[in-house]
Design a protein around this ligand. Structure first.
Ligand SMILES: *Cc1c(COP(=O)(O)O)cnc(C)c1O
Length: 391
């Protein structure tokens, strides 16, 4: 067999730089408090914004659906794998988000791989925010269109790049809605204006806005009141919805085209029966009440204010994602390990997920945390911050 020394070296290199991912194992349901590697801890790592990953109603809905439909779809959706649950989910999501139509995919990642190459290709141009999510970047690459990155959330730079790019077939502007490492929000109203002015397609990936932004968690388009003005809204059901699955919401023709041509739709099976049923229940729950969304935001505001008050730098967060900026990756890793010893599970994030020198602890708030949980977490942050000379 071929030698793998190059991998051994690269792995050693990661360890030396403090960039090696140690993957923890969870021995409990995903919640505000979980058991990690056998230790009960407070959980500030998950994208489980509303605590739906272990919600009794979603658990029950999944069980009922298994009794009625079994588990797997058994084929790709175009052949025999579309169940009434999948159809119903798409209809309910479209109503919830106020979109013309919705197609669901296996994940948010695949939704980007499905949407972008279906709309643009060779000879076309994509204007992409410099900090866009990896799945957007991969979707762009897969399309073989020219990719022009513009400075993060910088609409003047976007305008410049559009003016400079004179050779194109079709054009697409694509941005994350909420940027997952900093918790800042894309300037969607300005993007809509630019897209309209230049007749460019506009796509936003609302993975961290779904269930978080807008009325009752209807997402970034609702947050800015831009219904009918964004061509494509990608989303995920693996974050606030607490399950798994990708969403492409938007104009009817686009969704119809994706059903005909999107490769992850044509050549990969759909989410399972319990997934689809639990997602449907999540939509019902969000339509009935915004209580969980409210709790998420009030928890986040409390934690953010208190961390700032202690002297931590929480960057440019405008959402329940709170980065605690620490600088170098080894310090962030050391900080995370010390927090864990204090019973708080919060991930260190370093290069290549964020820029070198911008390592941080990313604190993910949820509606599943109680006031006591938050106070305990803050005490741990204060102790570790002082211990490591950060505050
Ligand atoms: C998390 C995330 C995804 C991927 O979603 P999955 O459903 O986990 O595949 C895609 N885009 C953005 C912006 C994300 O934050």
């Amino acid at each position: 067999m071929a030698t793998l020394d190059f991998l051994t070296e690269q792995l050693d290199d990661l360890r030396a730089q403090g960039l090696y991912n140690t993957i923890r194992t969870i021995d409990s349901p995903m919640d505000g408090r979980i058991v990690v590697d056998g230790k009960p801890v407070l959980n500030f790592c998950a994208n489980n914004y509303l605590g739906l990953a272990n919600h009794p109603r979603l658990r029950e809905a999944a069980k009922r659906a298994i009794d009625a439909y079994g588990i797997g779809p058994g084929a790709v959706r175009t052949i025999a794998g579309t169940m009434s649950l999948h159809v119903q989910l798409e209809k309910r999501l479209a109503e919830f988000k106020g979109a013309e139509a919705v197609i669901t995919l296996q994940s948010g990642f695949t939704a980007n791989l499905a949407a972008i190459p279906s709309l643009v290709g060779k000879g076309d141009v994509i204007f992409s925010d410099a900090l866009n999510h990896a799945s957007i970047i991969d979707g762009c690459r897969l399309s073989r269109a020219q990719i022009v990155a513009y400075a993060h959330n910088d609409v003047d730079d976007l305008r410049r790049k559009i003016a400079e790019t004179t050779e194109y077939g079709r054009r697409l502007i694509v941005s994350d809605g909420v940027f997952s490492m900093d918790g800042d929000i894309a300037p969607l109203p300005a993007l809509v204006e630019i897209a309209r002015e230049h007749d460019i397609l506009l796509m936003v990936d609302d993975a961290h806005g779904e269930g978080v932004l807008g009325r009752g968690g209807r997402g970034i388009v609702d947050h800015f009141g831009l219904h009918g003005q964004v061509d494509i809204e990608v989303g995920t059901m693996s974050k606030a919805f607490g399950v798994m699955g990708g969403i492409v919401a938007g104009r009817r023709e686009i969704v119809e085209w994706l059903r005909q041509r999107a490769r992850p739709f044509l050549f990969s099976s759909a989410v399972t029966v319990p997934d689809a049923a639990a997602c449907l229940e999540a939509v019902d729950l969000l339509e009935e009440s915004d209580e969980l969304v409210q709790r998420l935001w009030s928890n986040a505001a409390f934690l953010k204010d208190a961390l700032r008050g202690m002297g931590f730098d929480t960057g440019r967060s405008e959402t329940p994602i709170i980065p605690v900026m620490l600088g170098e990756a080894p310090l962030a890793q050391q900080f995370s390990r010390a927090l864990f010893e204090h019973g708080v599970f919060a991930m260190a994030i370093g290069f290549p997920t964020v820029a070198k020198g911008a390592a941080r602890i990313r604190v993910m708030n949820t509606a599943a945390h109680t006031q006591t949980d938050l106070e305990e977490a803050l005490a741990a942050f204060e102790a570790v911050g002082k211990q490591l000379g950060v505050i």
